[in-house]
Design a protein around this ligand. Structure first.
Ligand code: HEC
Length: 223
């Protein structure tokens, strides 16, 4: 059975639907700000190293089997000293010998071959607590698609707008591009255009969706 169209909803449900679609848009907006503010922040050469580096956390956690404690210590010292290019020599051999076999070009994500690949991880704070659950990858790959799926499934699909399928396709492309750009950019600072494009695509797709849905909800009920 086709879902009841937005057009024939009683007023109380229209109000509810308006609230939900605005809440979804706000959730997406919040996520975009959180994620892209962090990702687009330029890594300056004097950036203060975090108290607990993500790289070190990973080496003590899931990747512990690939390094000796002494090698982890070397990474820790390098990260704490600002993960500089000059200091990279002290960990370069470990990266080449212990990591590159799996994390080399075309291998396991993230790519860890060059200084430029390893430095951002060393300077990124290890995710903790709730924010750890909501880290960038979770937002890009799970939360953003979910928000669009809900907004499309619950509302856009039920509008009478003739171009809604086109817009659904546009939303899907924006979400897919966002997932793709994230992988595309790893260790490639010059690919930052992809992040801006994804941010703009997601924002435009959601703004259009909300406009279409609200427009439909505010139309007088047909009799
Ligand atoms: C035997 C293959 C292998 C080797 C060697 C290896 N890794 Fe990994 N690494 C993986 C796999 C598989 C994953 C993804 C699965 C996971 O996260 O547990 C991963 C994930 C990671 C991640 C992402 C995890 C996260 O939660 O952010 C980092 C960072 C990482 N490895 C760093 C390293 C470093 C640094 C080295 C070298 C000291 C290394 N790895 C050596 C296979 C390897």
């Amino acid at each position: 059975m086709a879902p009841m169209s937005l057009h024939s909803l009683p007023p109380s449900e229209r109000t509810f639907a308006t609230g939900v679609v605005l809440a979804l848009a706000a959730a997406l907006g919040w996520g975009l700000i959180v994620v892209f503010a962090r990702e687009l922040r330029p890594v300056s050469p004097t950036q203060v190293p975090p108290l607990r580096s993500r790289l070190v956390a990973v080496l003590e956690g899931v990747m512990a089997g690939n390094v000796s404690p002494a090698e982890t210590e070397r990474f820790r010292a390098w990260a704490a000293a600002g993960a500089t290019r000059e200091g990279f020599a002290q960990v370069e051999a470990v990266v080449a010998n212990n990591c590159a076999s799996c994390h080399g070009q075309g291998g396991q994500f993230p790519r860890l071959a060059r200084f430029e690949d390893v430095r951002p991880l060393a300077l990124e704070a290890a995710p903790e607590g709730l924010l750890g659950l909501l880290d960038a990858r979770t937002l890009h790959l799970i939360a953003f698609p979910l928000i669009f799926l809900l907004a499309i499934g619950a509302y856009l699909r039920r509008t009478a707008w003739p171009r809604r399928r086109l817009l659904m396709g546009g939303c899907a492309m924006a979400v897919l591009f966002d997932a793709g750009q994230w992988w595309l950019r790893q260790g490639r600072p010059e690919a930052i255009w992809a992040a801006w494009t994804a941010l703009a695509a997601l924002a435009v797709a959601m703004a259009t969706l909300v406009t279409v849905v609200l427009n439909e909800l505010r139309k007088p009920k047909e009799t």
